[in-house]
Ligand binder design. Structure first.
Ligand code: NAP
Length: 258
C-alpha cells in the first residue's frame, strides 16, 4: 500500500501488532513515529525500522498521561510537519487477573485508563492536529474479548467495548471534515502480550492453552502480528476511502453468538 508523503503515529508501535504496522507503513513510504514507554524496546524497534525508512522516530510516552499525549502529537508534527495517520494501539496486561469479587478497584482504574481513556486522549489531540491539516485516518485497537465477553475478562472487555463505541461515535462526528475512524478487533495474535500468558506454564500446559486458542477459530491457529497489522494498515490507507465507523474483526473466524 502507498503511503508516500504521509506522516503516521503508532502507539504501541515498539512491539507486536503495532510494530508490524509500523514496518508496513514505513515500507509504503510513510514517515513513522512509534510510541511506547520502554526506551530500550523503543530504540531496538527504531533500529529495525531504520533499515526500511530513514524518516522514523521513537517517542517515550505513556498514553494514560494527557500532557505526554499532547506532547506526543506536538513532537510528531515538530519533526515531520503534520499528522495524517494514527494507530491507537497501545495497551498492556499490568493488572492482576482475578475474579470480580477479588479484583482490585485500583486495577479497574489502571485497566480502563490504558484501554479506554488512553485511546480517547490520543484521538482528542490527533483530531485537533488533523483538523489543522487536510484530515486523516485513525484506527483504534479493540479486542475480540469485547464481543465474546468471556468469564474472567470483564474489565478488559468493558474497556475494549468502549473503544468500539468511541470509534463509532467519533467517526460520525468528524466524517464530514475528512477524518475516517475505524477499530481493529483482533483475536489471539502471537505477540509478546500473548506470550506472557505462557511464561509460568509448563510446556504441556502451553500446548493445552494453544490447542484451546486453536479450537476457537475456523482457521484453527493463532494469528501472526502482520495479519492483524495489514488490516489496520488497509484501514489507514486510501484503499479503504469509503469505510468509517466500522469495527473490523481479525480473529481467524471465531463464531460469536448473541
Ligand atoms: P505487545 O506486543 O505487548 O505491545 C504492546 C505495546 O503497547 C508495546 O509497544 C508497549 O510498549 C505499548 N504500551 C503498553 N502500555 C503503554 C502505555 N501506557 N503507554 C504507551 N505505550 C504502551 O501487545 P500486542 O499484542 O501487540 O497488543 C497491541 C494491541 O492489541 C493492544 O491494544 C491489545 O490489547 C490488543 N490485542 C491483542 C491481542 C493479542 O492476542 N495479542 C488480542 C486482542 C487485542 P511499552 O511496554 O514500552 O510501553
Amino acid at each position: 500500500m502507498k503511503f508516500d508523503n504521509k506522516v503516521a503515529l503508532i502507539t504501541g508501535g515498539t512491539s507486536g501488532i503495532g510494530f508490524a504496522a509500523a514496518k508496513q507503513l514505513a515500507e509504503g513510504g510513510a514517515k513513522v513515529a512509534i510510541i511506547g514507554r520502554d526506551q530500550n524496546k523503543g530504540e531496538h524497534a527504531l533500529s529495525e525500522l531504520r533499515k526500511i525508512h530513514s524518516d522514523v522516530m521513537y517517542l517515550s510516552v505513556d498514553v494514560t498521561q494527557s500532557t505526554e499525549v499532547k506532547k506526543m502529537v506536538a513532537d510528531t508534527i515538530a519533526r515531520f510537519g503534520k499528522l495524517d495517520i494514527a494507530f491507537n494501539n497501545a495497551a498492556n496486561d499490568e493488572v492482576r487477573s482475578l475474579p470480580t469479587h477479588e479484583f482490585l478497584e485500583e486495577d479497574f482504574d489502571k485497566l480502563i485508563l490504558v484501554t479506554l481513556k488512553g485511546v480517547w486522549l490520543c484521538m482528542k489531540h490527533e483530531i485537533e492536529a488533523m483538523l489543522r491539516g487536510t484530515g486523516g485516518t485513525i484506527v483504534n485497537t479493540s479486542s475480540v474479548d469485547a464481543l465474546l465477553c468471556s468469564a474472567g475478562t470483564a474489565v478488559y472487555a468493558a474497556g475494549k467495548s468502549g473503544v468500539i463505541a468511541l470509534t463509532k461515535s467519533i467517526a460520525q462526528e468528524y466524517g464530514s471534515r475528512g477524518i475516517r475512524i475505524n477499530s481493529l478487533c483482533p483475536g489471539a495474535i502471537r505477540t509478546p502480550l500473548l506470550e506472557r500468558k505462557f511464561l509460568h506454564l509448563t510446556p504441556d500446559e502451553v500446548h493445552a492453552v494453544e490447542e484451546k486458542y486453536n479450537s476457537f477459530n475456523a482457521l484453527k491457529r493463532i494469528g501472526r502480528p502482520e495479519e492483524a497489522a495489514s488490516v489496520a494498515t488497509w484501514l489507514l490507507s486510501e484503499e479503504s476511502s469509503y469505510v468509517t465507523g466500522q469495527n473490523i474483526v481479525v480473529d481467524g473466524g471465531i463464531q460469536v453468538v448473541g
